[in-house]
Write a protein that binds this ligand. Structure first.
Ligand SMILES: *[C@@H]1O[C@H](CO)[C@@H](O)[C@H](O)[C@H]1NC(C)=O
Ligand SMILES: *[C@@H]1O[C@H](CO)[C@@H](O)[C@H](O)[C@H]1NC(C)=O
Ligand SMILES: *[C@@H]1O[C@H](CO)[C@@H](O)[C@H](O)[C@H]1NC(C)=O
Ligand SMILES: *[C@@H]1O[C@H](CO)[C@@H](O)[C@H](O)[C@H]1NC(C)=O
Ligand SMILES: *[C@@H]1O[C@H](CO)[C@@H](O)[C@H](O)[C@H]1NC(C)=O
Ligand SMILES: *[C@@H]1O[C@H](CO)[C@@H](O)[C@H](O)[C@H]1NC(C)=O
Length: 421
């Protein structure tokens, strides 16, 4: 009889644990709210300073609400550009190894500024929405081994001069290089022997899912075919549909990308046709800004450049839907039509899938103890088609899980009754 009770109670505990894990989910409604709210209006220093300031206040407020240690990093523009000051917002969630050289820090970044001519819903409202949602879910967990840094960059949308930037990599003129040089390196160094930086996932324009044929353009198609023959053939075989998220990286970031790809495959979620594409650049070590900028213009635009040009151990994975190389963004990139009317249920579910896979990967790398997460599904609203679909999907997994458990429970009860155990 005693063993029977123990088995039954262990079973109940296990069930509770599994439900806790299932409900620790990305909320499509939260993503939508971000895009229709602070990240659906122009966020440019002169074209709409109020919109930019409101977005910044929103980020600070959310980081504080989630209990992160917040730093507001003001910086001046690069030497030639002192009239372009900016502000990064940094939120830190400390792990058990914080402040020691055994810490293995993981980071997630996105930029909150836009050019003057666009509300920037995809560029980069999508990255900001994803990052805030990741911070929300992750801060519901109370135990983790390693520190996670969330950073909202300013001044990603500034033109840079590769030759100037190569000479002075701390002075590229973007918020990201001020973060690296004036905040991250001292932070890593604050314990004597530097802590390890596992890497940063740079979320830059990540929601434009488009299944129509021939919507995927390539930067420099001839060069692309030459450098990435296999990938080119794969794109050709799918008729150049925009069904993928791109993970652009150097050889140094192989482990990070492998982890994302594994997570993506493990977490079967809609849209089921969405896949990852790993693009390993043929540049290693510490490339010059000029090299990253001339290889493909897409690469040089990324905030990853500020990490790559400093040190090979400042690993960065550039996560993108390829921006102006795909579908309607060919017209809407940096234009007024990258706005809230472009949000479709398909794009939102794609964004949720990207968010989820980077979130789960970051949690794995930071060694978050999942049973200490209290979740936090925010999907109360079921009015949107997508969120309804996602919710019923979530509910369906729980129903399936429960029915399996009811089965096992009945068998247990029967076994106990007839004294099998
Ligand atoms: C920006 O430049 C001004 C004027 O040179 C200086 O007083 C200020 O300390 C600088 N701010 C930062 C954050 O470097
Ligand atoms: C940070 O490190 C200190 C000292 O090692 C430790 O006491 C504290 O629990 C750590 N913080 C977290 C959130 O784990
Ligand atoms: C890190 O610390 C080492 C030695 O303690 C020092 O030589 C190096 O300049 C520091 N680097 C930074 C970026 O602060
Ligand atoms: C690509 O397009 C061709 C011609 O329209 C069609 O026959 C083929 O099935 C398409 N392939 C895929 C994977 O959609
Ligand atoms: C938003 O974009 C749509 C096209 O996607 C366009 O018709 C509409 O005019 C844009 N709205 C604004 C306010 O620019
Ligand atoms: C955290 O670190 C401890 C000690 O190294 C280890 O036993 C534990 O498995 C780690 N937690 C996770 C979730 O990996």
């Amino acid at each position: 009889m005693g063993s029977c009770v123990i088995v039954q109670w262990s079973f109940v505990a296990l069930l509770w644990l599994q439900i806790a894990t299932v409900t620790s989910e990305v909320s499509v409604q939260n993503l939508r709210d971000s895009l229709e709210g602070p990240f659906g209006v122009i966020r440019h220093r002169t074209a709409n300073p109020a919109g930019k300031a409101a977005a910044r206040r929103h980020i600070i407020a959310k980081f504080e609400e989630y209990g992160l240690d917040v730093t507001v990093q003001n910086f001046n523009g690069s030497s030639g550009d002192t009239d372009k000051p900016g502000t990064n917002v940094i939120g830190v969630k400390r792990g058990k190894m914080n402040g020691t050289s055994d810490d293995r820090i993981v980071a997630v970044g996105a930029h909150y500024d836009t050019v003057a001519t666009t509300p920037g819903v995809d560029d980069d409202g999508s990255g900001m929405a994803a990052m805030l949602e990741m911070a929300r879910v992750m801060t519901s967990c109370s135990q983790q081994n390693y520190t996670v840094i969330f950073v909202a960059f300013d001044n990603e949308e500034v033109p840079i001069t590769p030759s100037h930037a190569s000479e002075r990599p701390c002075d590229i003129g973007r918020g990201a290089d001020d973060f690296v040089c004036s905040w991250l390196l001292p932070f890593l160094n604050s314990t004597g022997r530097p802590a390890e930086f596992q890497g940063i996932f740079m979320l830059e324009t990540i929601m434009n899912y488009d299944l129509r044929p021939n919507v995927q353009n390539l930067p420099n198609p001839i060069g692309f075919q030459l450098f990435f023959p296999t990938l080119y053939r794969e794109l050709q075989a799918t008729n150049f549909t925009g069904n993928f998220i791109t993970l652009i990286r150097k050889p140094e970031e192989e482990r990070l990308v492998a982890s994302v790809v594994q997570t993506w495959e493990d977490r079967a979620k809609e849209p089921v046709g969405a896949i990852t594409r790993d693009v390993q650049l043929p540049i290693t070590g510490k490339p010059s800004v000029a090299l990253t900028n001339t290889f493909f213009d897409l690469v040089g635009r990324s905030d990853c450049v500020s990490f790559w040009v400093q040190e090979p151990y400042l690993r960065c994975v550039y996560v993108t839907d390829t921006a102006d190389y795909r579908g309607t963004m060919q017209q809407c990139y940096h234009s007024s039509c990258d706005n809230v009317t472009s949000i479709t249920p398909d794009k939102l579910t794609f964004l949720a899938k990207v968010t989820d896979s980077i979130l789960q990967t970051t949690m794995k790398l930071a060694e978050v103890e999942k049973d200490t997460c209290t979740d936090t599904t925010g999907d109360a609203d079921t009015t949107g088609v997508t969120s309804a679909a996602r919710d019923s999907h979530g509910a369906w997994s729980i129903i399936q899980l429960l029915s399996v458990h009811v089965w096992i429970w009945s068998i247990l009860q029967y076994s106990c009754a007839v004294h099998i155990i």
